[in-house]
Design a protein around this ligand. Structure first.
Ligand code: SME
Length: 154
């Protein structure tokens, strides 16, 4: 099953209408995303809790590591650079943090609020190699902008 991003965006909009609590929004987004696509084996948020530090937020899938400094991993790279990380083969990513040995590819997107602050990253891992495309990244980013309000730093 592959995500129908248009349908997902409509469903998430309906579920999150008038909701401002970030944790509630993250929990809803990762639940809907995770169950929409067979490629998504781990779906979750890492929240910015201090300068240069991420902590796990709502997620679906096996346990994830609790803290990630901006200096480490694919999530740290997304937070540090403020750019999408599209990783076709995690073995090729220096410093990749393997929360599951089955992970083969990954996409991580920065999450911005309406003020243009980085509030989290969205991490999706797949046990399939090269599972994610630029189109996936663009569609996922559009949903994040719809829900959290920001398209980037101000
Ligand atoms: N792979 C991520 C770490 C998060 S666990 O995969 C859920 C990284 O390298 O930052």
């Amino acid at each position: 099953m592959r995500a129908d991003y248009q349908r997902l965006a409509k469903t998430i909009r309906a579920l999150t209408e008038n909701e401002n609590d970030e944790i509630a929004l993250m929990a809803t987004v990762c639940c809907e995303l995770h169950h929409s696509d067979d490629r998504f084996d781990w779906t979750g948020f890492y929240r910015v809790v201090a300068p240069d530090l991420l902590k796990i937020g709502p997620y679906q899938g096996g346990h994830g590591c609790l803290q990630i400094p901006f200096s480490r991993g694919v999530c740290g790279a997304a937070a540090r650079s403020g750019t999408v990380q599209l990783v076709a083969d995690v073995e090729d990513f220096p410093g990749h943090i393997a929360c599951a040995s089955s992970t083969r590819s990954e996409v991580v997107l920065p999450v911005w609020n309406r003020a243009g602050d980085l509030i989290a990253v969205l991490d999706i891992d797949s046990d399939q190699p090269a599972a994610f495309s630029q189109q996936d990244a663009e569609q996922l980013a559009a949903i994040l902008t719809q829900v959290f309000g920001g398209a980037g730093p101000t």
